[in-house]
Design a protein. Structure first.
Lengths: 111, 112
């Protein structure tokens, strides 16, 4: 069964460091998303990506965040200068027309 | 107020009992998704509903969409310990291709 894969599963970083989270969406999917979930809280939308550009982003997705689809298969989320409050589980998701599938998540811990 | 309200907030049932949980939207629903999550883990896709009156079942889980009430229910028949977890509803509120907005989730515990 096709699945969304994310790496790394867990990353620990120092405040101020850059982090890149990687995702391989399901191959024939057209819409890609990043969400995050602070432990014990709601799943929050960050950004959606369609046709090689950002289609929507939330207030959380400020200038410190960026997304790329560098090679037609990977979909990356970069945080330029991490803050303590960026500690969360980051989920990638992809969708063709209907069903939206999530990856297992990348847990980011900022110290 | 929340765009998506899930109720109840948490639920404890005896193994073998049936249960129903709900997800109510304050806005028009263009699609409704149900996911299951273990604490600290990923989201497992359960079902997607798009049309009013639609009902889908998978194993012992049935989900329905009431478009007029802007509400979806998830029913579990003869609950098992494996059903325990957090049930999240997510809705397309801005159109069929909009982002998914999530509720806070319902924590289900099943007592053996």
């Amino acid at each position: 069964e096709p699945e969304v894969t994310q790496t790394p599963s867990h990353q620990v970083t120092q405040m101020g460091q850059e982090v890149i989270l990687r995702c391989v969406p399901i191959s024939n999917h057209l819409y890609f998303y990043w969400y995050r979930q602070i432990l014990g809280q709601k799943v929050e939308f960050l950004v959606s990506f369609y046709n090689n550009e950002i289609s929507e982003k939330s207030e959380i997705f400020d200038d410190q965040f960026s997304v790329e689809r560098p090679d037609g298969s990977n979909f990356t989320l970069k945080i330029r200068s991490t803050k303590l409050e960026d500690s969360a589980m980051y989920f990638c998701a992809s969708r063709a027309r209907g069903e939206l599938f999530f990856g297992e998540g990348s847990r980011l811990t900022v110290l | 107020s929340q765009e998506l309200e899930q109720s109840p907030q948490s639920l404890i049932v005896q193994e073998g009992k049936n249960l129903t949980i709900n997800c109510t939207s304050s806005k028009t629903l263009y699609g409704l998704y149900w996911y299951k999550q273990k604490y600290g883990e990923g989201l497992i896709f359960l079902m997607m509903l798009q049309k009013g009156g639609e009902e889908k079942s998978h194993e012992k889980i049935t989900a329905k969409l009431d478009e007029k009430k802007q509400q979806s229910s998830l029913h579990i028949t003869a609950s098992q310990p494996s059903h325990a977890g957090i049930y999240l509803c997510g809705a397309l509120l801005g159109g069929a291709n909009s982002k998914l907005t999530f509720g806070k989730g319902i924590t289900l515990s099943v007592r053996p």
